[in-house]
Design a protein. Structure first.
Length: 107
């Protein structure tokens, strides 16, 4: 028996259980295989709208977090320079680093 379910925003996974054997495969939504199954009337358990919204929110949070962490890493040298030489960090960098830290804390 094969079961089909949407596992994320772009893929459907099918699983076939035959005695002790389990076969699993994945294909893209709107692929030829997906369209063929729809044409055959195969039932596919799709994600609810709420689940799709949750996945998209998590993706946005992850991207925001990654961008903020990347910015902080790319400007860490200003902090090291301040510590080593006493040369001040530019005001715009201080401001953007504060915003980046806030963004990471919100995530």
């Amino acid at each position: 028996m094969k079961t089909y379910k949407q596992t994320n925003l772009t893929e459907i996974t099918w699983q076939e259980i035959d005695g002790d054997s389990v076969t699993t495969s994945t294909f893209l939504i709107d692929s030829d295989e997906h369209k063929q199954l729809l044409a055959e009337g195969v039932k596919i358990k799709m994600l609810s709208k709420a689940a799709k919204v949750d996945i998209e929110k998590q993706r946005t949070r992850d991207e925001t977090n990654q961008n903020a962490l990347s910015y902080l890493a790319s400007t860490d040298w200003f902090v090291a320079r301040l510590t080593e030489t006493g040369k001040p960090i530019p005001a715009d960098v201080i401001e953007q680093r504060a915003k980046a830290r806030e963004a990471v804390e919100r995530v």
